[in-house]
Design a protein. Structure first.
Length: 125
């Protein structure tokens, strides 16, 4: 399967759907949403930087995820107001957690594995 923007767009949309569903069902642990969020960021980075090497995309996705997490330490009223909206909560999060950093590493790793699995299995046909 060639690396195309449509592939990464579909993976991004599918991950968003799964991530939103994970917040809807109470029996799914909250950290699953964080893992899916990081996978989505990885797919978006692959979409944006399709010709860049894998390591560039992994580092860019992790840097973005970590920057968002560390930004939660910034508590200015304007950004806290934004974080109290549905969209702001999904994108910016609400509170810093060290464990989220691990979730982001796992999510980006899963994104890489999904991509490799898709490329390997579609080429086999």
């Amino acid at each position: 399967m060639p690396k195309t923007r449509i592939t990464y767009f579909i993976l991004t949309i599918a991950t968003i759907i799964f991530g939103l569903l994970s917040r809807h069902f109470k029996f799914i642990p909250l950290f699953i949403g964080d893992i899916l969020w990081a996978a989505m960021v990885y797919f978006i980075m692959r979409f944006l930087f399709i010709s860049k090497p894998l390591m560039f995309t992994v580092v860019a996705a992790l840097a973005f995820c970590f920057a968002i997490e560390f930004s939660q330490l910034y508590k200015a009223p304007w950004i806290n107001d934004l974080r109290h909206t549905w969209f702001g909560r999904l994108v910016l999060g609400e509170g810093f957690l060290w464990s989220d950093l691990l979730c982001y590493v796992i999510g980006v790793g899963i994104g890489v594995m999904v991509e490799r699995w898709l490329h390997r299995n579609v080429n086999v046909s």
